[in-house]
Design a binder for this molecule. Structure first.
Ligand SMILES: C[S@@+](CC[C@H](N)C(=O)[O-])C[C@H]1O[C@@H](n2cnc3c(N)ncnc32)[C@H](O)[C@@H]1O
Length: 340
C-alpha cells in the first residue's frame, strides 16, 4: 500500500510545482505552472515537502451541487439495503483493503485506548475493526443510517462492546465537545450536504480532537468522470480542504491512498482515495452557521423517480466495481509495482 500526503497549507511557503506520478498523479490535468497565492495545498512525498498552488485543480472541476443519482438519504438507504448483503466480501476487497484502512487511519492518531471515538457512516464495521486495534471497543460508537449495515457490524466479535446506533451524519446525536476522534470512511459521498456533515464533525469533537474523513477522489478520465457524476459525490481534494477549513478545522491534511494494484487513482477515481484530517482548535460549536437541514431519510418521495434514480445510480456504481477488477487483472498480467 502506498500513500502520499497533501496538507492545507496555512504554514507553507510558495512554491515550486512538481507534477507527481503514480497514485498521486494528477495526470494531464496537472497544471504546468503555478503562482504563489493564499490557500495553498501542499504535496509531499516521504515527508520532504513539495508544494503546489491553490488554483491548481488536482482533478477537473464540476459543481458540487450538480444532481447525482445516489446522493440522497433514501437512495443511499435502499442502496445499502441490498449492498449490505455482499458489502464485506464482494464490494470491499476491490477498493478498501485492510492495508489501506490502516494507512488511512494513521493520520487520525489513535494513540490512547481510552479515547472516545465515533465512527460515522460506520456501516458493517469494517473501518471500526481498524479503530478497535488502537482504542477499547467500549469507547467507540458506530453510527449509520442503515440498520441493515449495522446488523452486520453487530455480528462481529471484536465490535461486541461498541455502542451501535442509527443516526444521520448531518445531525449527530452526540453533545458538543464529546469525542476525541471523529472517523468516517466511505460515507461522505452519500451525504446531500457534505459541508453540514463536516460541521457536525467539528461540533462533536473536544478541543484538540481530530476528524478523519476517508472518501473518494474525483477522476480526470472522461468516462470515469461520467459514471462518477451519475452515481454519487466524488469530491476534489481542494473541496475537502475547503469544507474542513470552513467548518473551523486547523492543520488540515490529505493523505492519498489506494490498493497497491490500482493504477491511476486520480485518473479513474477511487471510492476510497484519500484520508482527510483536521484538528479542532477551540471548544464549542463550529463558527460556520448553516440553515436547517434539507433532507431526512424518512422524507416522502415520488416512487417512480426514486426507483429510476436508484437503478441508474446502481448501474453507474457498477462501473466502479469493474474498474478495480480491471486494474487487478492488469496488474496480474503486466505487473508494474507501485509507481510512486
Ligand atoms: C461505503 S459504506 C462505508 C461503511 C464503513 N464505514 C466502511 O468503512 O466499510 C457507507 C455507509 O455510509 C452510510 N451512510 C450514508 N449516508 C449516511 C448518513 N447521512 N448518515 C449516516 N450514515 C450514512 C451508509 O448507510 C453506509 O453504511
Amino acid at each position: 500500500m502506498a500513500s502520499v500526503m497533501l496538507s492545507g497549507a496555512e504554514s507553507l511557503k510558495p512554491i515550486r510545482a512538481i507534477a507527481p506520478s503514480g497514485i498521486g498523479s494528477a495526470g494531464s490535468d496537472f497544471p504546468k505552472r503555478f503562482s504563489s497565492q493564499k490557500g495553498l495545498v501542499c504535496y509531499t512525498r516521504n515527508p520532504r515537502t513539495r508544494t503546489i498552488a491553490p488554483k491548481c485543480s488536482l482533478s477537473s472541476s464540476r459543481p458540487v451541487s450538480q444532481p447525482r443519482f445516489i446522493q440522497h438519504k433514501q437512495e443511499a438507504f435502499w442502496f445499502y439495503r441490498f449492498l449490505s448483503i455482499v458489502y464485506d466480501h464482494i464490494i470491499n476487497p476491490g477498493h478498501w483493503t485492510e492495508d489501506m484502512r490502516d494507512e488511512a487511519l494513521e493520520p487520525a492518531d489513535l494513540y490512547d485506548r481510552k479515547m472516545t471515538v465515533v465512527d460515522v457512516g460506520g456501516g458493517t464495521g469494517f473501518t471500526t475493526l481498524g479503530i478497535v486495534k488502537h482504542v477499547d471497543a467500549k469507547n467507540v460508537t458506530i453510527l449509520d443510517q442503515s440498520p441493515h449495515q449495522l446488523a452486520k457490524a453487530k455480528e462481529k466479535e471484536p465490535l461486541k462492546e461498541c455502542r451501535i446506533i442509527e443516526g444521520d451524519a448531518e445531525d449527530l446525536p452526540f453533545p458538543t465537545d464529546y469525542a476525541d476522534r471523529y472517523i468516517s470512511a466511505g460515507s461522505i459521498e452519500y451525504w446531500p450536504d457534505p459541508q453540514r456533515g463536516i460541521r457536525e464533525a467539528y461540533r462533536v469533537l473536544k478541543i484538540g480532537g481530530k476528524a478523519c474523513i476517508i472518501g473518494p477522489v474525483y477522476p480526470t478520465f472522461w468516462l470515469s468522470r461520467f459514471f462518477a457524476d451519475l452515481w454519487m459525490l466524488f469530491p476534489k481534494e481542494e473541496e475537502y480542504i475547503e469544507w474542513f477549513r470552513k467548518a473551523g478545522f486547523k492543520n488540515v491534511q490529505i493523505k492519498r491512498i489506494g490498493p497497491k494494484w490500482y493504477r491511476g487513482v486520480r485518473r479513474h477515481g477511487l471510492i476510497m482515495g484519500c484520508s482527510v484530517t483536521g484538528e479542532k482548535p477551540f471548544t464549542g460549536d463550529s463558527p460556520l452557521q448553516l440553515g436547517p437541514k434539507v433532507e431526512d431519510v424518512k422524507k416522502p418521495v415520488n416512487k417512480f423517480v426514486f426507483l429510476s434514480r436508484l437503478i441508474l445510480g446502481a448501474i453507474a456504481g457498477a462501473y466502479f466495481v469493474l474498474i478495480p477488477i480491471y486494474m487487478w487483472l492488469k496488474d496480474k498480467i503486466v505487473p508494474k509495482g507501485w509507481p510512486i
